[in-house]
Design a protein around this ligand. Structure first.
Ligand SMILES: C[S@@+](CC[C@H](N)C(=O)[O-])C[C@H]1O[C@@H](n2cnc3c(N)ncnc32)[C@H](O)[C@@H]1O
Length: 210
């Protein structure tokens, strides 16, 4: 499997610096910052969660690499109540807490590196763009493996792992995760055609643990 070229998006410094700026923007203008992969992608994921009967309103949901924490706010607006966001950037956690507190949401945000051990098991494990960032780190191959094992360890056989990626196609994600995960469903995303070949800009895959 070919790895991606390492980039600054794969570093802790980059994200801390970025969220530091976003904290300042939020306090000056109330702007929560970037919605990665856009509102349409978020809508598609939310719709899938809301129409999945196995996911109750009080099911435990963890957002890996929660960034500004807005995805959990969207889930809270849909009535989900057992929400935890983790991010290795302390500035992301600070931004998430600032936004949730200002808006009166009861959501837990915690600093944690997904490549260290994570605690507990969750019904839903959500990742939008975080595996992508880890894939751009130095030692990406080793880090991706750690990520895959750590996610597996916070799942039981009834858990759903929802991953959204723009760096990897659906078939690449299936290949990466196949040792411990099976593809449960794909959330359709807009496709484009180039040179007769059809592809998606963003892939949203739901996996279950084997
Ligand atoms: C592309 S951003 C996506 C943020 C958020 N999921 C969203 O959709 O808005 C990637 C996020 O992953 C976080 N991240 C990267 N590597 C991480 C790691 N090893 N542990 C925890 N968070 C990490 C970054 O700090 C950043 O917030």
């Amino acid at each position: 499997m070919e790895e991606l070229e390492p980039s600054e998006l794969g570093t802790h410094e980059y994200w801390n610096h970025r969220y530091e700026t976003e904290i300042a923007n939020y306090s000056a203008h109330g702007d929560a910052g970037e919605i990665w992969f856009g509102d349409d992608t978020v809508e598609r994921i939310l719709r899938w969660i809301c129409k999945t009967p196995e996911i109750a309103k009080d099911s435990s949901i963890i957002d890996l690499g929660c960034g500004n924490g807005m995805f959990l706010i969207d889930l809270s607006n849909e009535g989900y109540s057992n929400l935890l966001g983790v991010d290795y950037s302390e500035k992301a956690v600070e931004l998430s807490r600032n936004i949730a507190t200002a808006k009166g949401y009861n959501i837990t945000y915690k600093q944690a590196d997904i490549l260290d051990d994570l605690e507990g098991t969750y019904k839903v494990i959500h990742d939008k763009g975080t595996y992508d960032a880890i894939s751009l780190s130095e030692n990406a191959k080793e880090n991706r493996q750690k990520y895959i094992v750590n996610v597996k360890n916070i799942m039981n056989k009834d858990s759903f792992f929802i991953i959204t990626s723009c760096n990897w196609t659906q078939s690449e994600l299936v290949e990466h995760f196949k040792e411990h995960f099976q593809l449960h469903q794909v959330v359709p995303t807009p496709t484009f055609k180039f040179g007769g070949k059809e592809g998606s800009v963003v892939s949203i895959c739901i996996f279950k643990r084997i």
